[in-house]
Design a protein around this ligand. Structure first.
Ligand SMILES: Cc1cc2nc3c(=O)[nH]c(=O)nc-3n(C[C@H](O)[C@H](O)[C@H](O)COP(=O)(O)O)c2cc1C
Length: 365
């Protein structure tokens, strides 16, 4: 139990050793599962989330404190009934903007849907100007510091968190940031990661990530079995660097997908590299395309570079995996076997094409 302010405590757990969240998301720096205790003069509140793993604690608490009520919104109530089998009479439901007095402390409930579940809501402790923001502004980071003390580290962890679960809901992220605009917030206490005592740091980062701005960057997730695509990528990366474009290359068979997700937050262009395997893309490339499609980054342009032995539908199949991406597809470069002189010319042409497009957006230096 660690004190945030008078009668406000952090009572969660630090999970230093966690390495995979939801059997999907790599956690290079562990995480924390935050809960907060607020002791009012009349009532005590425990702020917690609906996370099915953590919330079994909620059930234990209800058994230990039979008079306790779960205060939540109607959507969350239904989820708790569905996911945790909590009985109907344990709930008090609240509407957006409603308040609850704990005596000398007042809680205001603020609906912030889709960051990142439909029922997400924040709780604003008026007297102390603390926003308990649930997943919003969170980070997967195990640290002994209660408050953010190293903004560079937290920035990376928070961007990973945003990329993996918030990015598909960019519109709602912006709407929710706007909704918080009038509130005087001195502390943001999220459900994962350290507590923010300089809220502008994380709010400004979110505004940037969720804005429509893209950077003069090309992301190249690629895989190569026998070296042909690897040679194409190597040449292509150099061609882009020569043109003043920032490049981020990711080898898909061994990579941390979180790093790819982070890179997708603000890049203008993605170019996937894949060999042809059993008439389609290599499964690792298909996974990258599927993931990018699900994460709905704000990229503007996409293309494919690849190699084949005899024939197939690699480009068609990869493109079909990304229907959500509102991108302009730039002429792919697909070659037979290892790259030869003409193939390098085609890669130069694609690099020129990308530079022209980035110039048109006004994002080149
Ligand atoms: C398991 C396997 C399946 C393949 N299937 C196809 C195919 O269906 N169509 C095709 O044109 N080439 C196919 N190829 C050939 C590769 O696409 C080709 O050799 C390509 O140049 C490999 O690129 P890489 O050197 O970057 O791995 C296959 C190769 C392997 C190893």
């Amino acid at each position: 139990m660690r004190k945030i302010k008078a009668d406000v405590y952090a009572v969660g757990a630090i999970d230093w050793d966690a390495r995979l969240f939801d059997r999907l998301i790599p956690l290079p720096d562990g995480t924390s599962y935050n809960s907060y205790l607020i002791k009012g003069s009349d009532k005590t509140a425990l702020i917690d989330t609906v996370d099915p793993i953590k919330s079994s604690v909620l059930l234990d608490n209800l058994l230990m404190f039979p008079n306790a009520k779960v205060v939540t919104n109607p959507k969350c109530k239904q989820m708790l009934i569905d996911l945790l089998d909590i009985s109907e009479d344990s709930f008090i439901t609240v509407e957006d903007g409603e308040t609850l007095s704990l005596g000398n402390k007042t809680l205001e409930f603020i609906y912030i849907p889709w960051v990142h579940w439909p029922e997400t809501f924040g709780t604003y402790l008026k007297e102390d100007k603390i926003l308990f923001s649930c997943d919003f502004f969170g980070a997967h980071l195990a640290t002994s510091s209660l408050f953010v003390d190293d903004e560079a580290t937290v920035y990376e962890s928070a961007k990973r968190y945003y990329a993996e679960i918030m990015m598909p809901f960019r519109k709602q992220v912006n709407a929710n940031i706007a909704k918080l605009d009038g509130k005087k917030i001195e502390i943001i206490a999220p459900s994962h990661g350290p507590v923010h005592n300089r809220p502008d740091f994380i709010i400004d980062a979110y505004k940037d990530w969720a804005s429509d701005n893209v950077k003069n960057e090309v992301i190249i997730p690629y895989v190569s079995m026998h070296g042909s695509v690897a040679k194409m990528v190597s040449y292509f990366v150099d061609a882009l660097i020569q043109r003043g474009i920032t490049v981020k290359q990711f080898e898909l068979a061994t990579m941390d997908v979180g790093k790819l997700a982070i890179a997708l937050v603000d890049a203008a262009t993605v170019v996937i590299g894949s060999p042809t395997v059993l008439t389609g893309p290599h499964p690792c490339a298909a996974y990258a395309a599927f993931l990018a499609n699900a994460l709905r980054p704000k990229i503007k342009f996409a293309s494919i570079i690849g190699s084949f032995g005899w024939g197939g539908k690699m480009v068609e199949q990869l493109t079909a995996l990304m229907p959500n991406l509102k991108v302009e597809i730039l002429e792919p470069v697909v070659i037979k076997g290892h790259p030869k002189e003409n193939d390098f010319v085609a890669l130069d042409k694609l690099a020129d094409n990308i530079l022209t497009k980035h110039k048109e957006l006004g994002i080149t230096k």
